[in-house]
Design a protein around this ligand. Sequence first.
Ligand code: F6R
Length: 254
Amino acid sequence: MSESAAGRVNTSLRVEVFPTRELAEKAVADEISALLRAKPTAVLGLATGNTPVGVYRELIRRCAAREVSFARATFFNLDEFCGLGPADPTTFRAWMRTNFVDLVDVDVRRVHIPDGAGDASARARCALDYERAIGDAGGIDLQLLGIGRNGHIGFNEPGSARDSRTRIVELHPWTREDQASGFGGLAHVPTHAITMGVATILDARRLVVMAFGEKKRELVERTLATKDDPAWPASFVHGHRAARLVVSADAAPR
Ligand code: F6R
């Protein structure tokens, strides 16, 4: 691993470059495992998508080997699509169950995923309840993040404010495009989602932003070159007191 204390903007973000994606994933799994050993009741903020799958795979392996336990932990996911039924296989809820939740020892009563079903007033209530539930759980100890093609974190699309909270958002055309294959075509991708806000994310005690693969290099470079700019929501992580940007060599800034 090589480390550099600063990107192009003045930042306290720790940038860590690993030779391979697997080594980077192990390092993130190490941080989560250490957190759970120190605090078995830790509250983890989780993400879906391609970026965190290897971390989940490693944590599943460690859990099966009894090297780590989620039995007393609490999970809060970043986001969920609107308008899908609870049994719909394309929800992030279903994705989380298949890729992580059902494969570790977490108590499902402590797994929280925002609910995008229901009408507008039900969703608005759900957003408020989600913020309250995070507070009631004592706040998020560690939040995992990936970076979207347009710089989004969670589904905080360009234009999201620093002080935004859990809310309903309209998905950016690129975000919908990137989800199209999972929905059998763009026409079937929901237009709206519910997401933790930027402020909700920044309230987490630690952030781990991950980016792997050549396609993410430009996104990493832009994140390092931009600070506190709603046009590039990932740029808000510079203001966080304990944030790591964990990248594989092929995603590292040149
Ligand atoms: C996922 C999420 C998104 C993704 C981002 C990157 O819950 O909130 O912000 O982290 O779109 O997606 P991948 O990892 O698929 O490249």
